[in-house]
Design a protein around this ligand. Structure first.
Ligand SMILES: NC(=O)c1ccc[n+]([C@@H]2O[C@H](COP(=O)([O-])OP(=O)(O)OC[C@H]3O[C@@H](n4cnc5c(N)ncnc54)[C@H](O)[C@@H]3O)[C@@H](O)[C@H]2O)c1
Length: 304
């Protein structure tokens, strides 16, 4: 199949691109390289350096005519979305609509969308959240992810263009950006490898459901199947607090560092945990295995 991946030079998108190439698909990447990196991309991929909000998107999709669009490009920083909701909405809602409308006109069969369980369910009323859990996003970023799911439903009802929305937990693994706001594991791997003290925000008892990128990629492969449609969680059902994850990382690294605590981040969600969705047919990687592989990758990066 011909698959166009938006955000394909980023952490999750580039891991998906590699897996799709291995399965023999033809891959086109659309990315503005705001956080994505050229070195994440295989030379078998055709690349358009363009923003998803650009009017050029319609021409690219009309001329390439992909069978499927996998939409991962987004403004991913929750704090930035709070500071500037209009910018966040422009990137994540208007940019997504630009892709979706062009896809419908070009006869694309399906859109696979990177949604966010952690951001959409808000403070949960039960743990782990399944897909029936009420949605109550507490940030502009979460509002945009839920809004795009609604637009995808509209396009399916109105034009019959199919979609799969994958509601990710906290994804971690090789190629995650250690300098953004999104990934505590990436940030702490790099800090430990540089011999710097990891600083935990607040008491460190806030929990997240950390899902390894290989499990996320497997769901994006499963989502290509024409019989797969709708909304699916991608998580592990396992909650881990920041103190525990920091200890595990320090243990893996055999470092002598001890973590310190800094001020708590105002408004930070306390708990989040997702029940794996029906696309996760194999048991997710254990946190220890995922952390080990992630730390080894960061270790190689630091040495090279
Ligand atoms: N990492 C997580 O834990 C997590 C959790 C839930 C959902 N998601 C979603 O998964 C997707 C990928 O996230 P990631 O962690 O790989 O982040 P990332 O920053 O590594 O990847 C985003 C990619 O999109 C590109 N991009 C950003 N804005 C763009 C624009 N306007 N036009 C074109 N390209 C643009 C970036 O250059 C980058 O390559 C995002 O949609 C994010 O919201 C991630």
């Amino acid at each position: 199949m011909k698959i166009l991946i938006t955000g394909g030079a980023g952490f999750i998108g580039s891991n998906i691109a590699d897996a799709y190439l291995k399965e023999g698909h033809e891959i086109i990447v659309v990315d503005n390289f705001s956080t994505g990196k050229k070195e994440n991309l295989s030379n078998q991929v055709k690349v358009y350096s363009v923003d998803i909000t650009s009017p050029d998107i319609a021409n690219i999709i009309a001329s390439e005519k992909p069978d499927i669009i996998n939409h991962h490009a987004a403004q991913i920083d929750v704090r930035k979305s709070v500071a500037d909701p209009a910018y966040d909405a422009d990137q994540n809602i208007i940019g997504s609509l630009n892709i979706i409308a062009a896809a419908q006109k070009a006869g694309v069969k399906k859109i696979i969308f990177a949604s966010s369980g952690g951001a959409i369910y808000g403070e949960q009323s039960y743990y782990p959240a399944d897909e029936k859990h009420p949605t109550d996003p507490r940030s502009p970023y979460g509002i945009t992810k839920l809004t795009v799911e609604k637009y995808l439903q509209f396009y399916r009802w109105t034009y019959g263009m199919d979609f799969v929305a994958l509601r990710y937990a906290n994804v971690y693994g090789p190629r995650q950006n250690a300098h953004g706001e999104a990934g505590v594991i990436a940030i702490f791997c790099e800090k430990i490898l540089r011999g710097q003290t990891p600083v935990i925000n607040g008491d460190g008892k806030q929990t997240r459901d950390y899902v390894f990128v290989e499990d996320v990629v497997a769901c994006n492969v499963a989502a290509l199947n024409p019989s797969v449609s709708g909304i699916f969680n991608v998580g592990t059902s396992v909650e881990t607090d920041v103190i525990t994850l920091t200890q595990k990382l320090i243990q893996i690294s055999q470092s002598k560092l001890t973590a310190q605590h800094g001020p708590a981040k105002a408004g930070e969600q306390m708990r989040s945990c997702l029940k794996p969705g029906a696309l996760q047919t194999i048991k997710p990687a254990s946190f220890e295995t995922g952390l080990q592989k992630t730390f080894e990758w960061f270790s190689k990066q630091t040495k090279s």
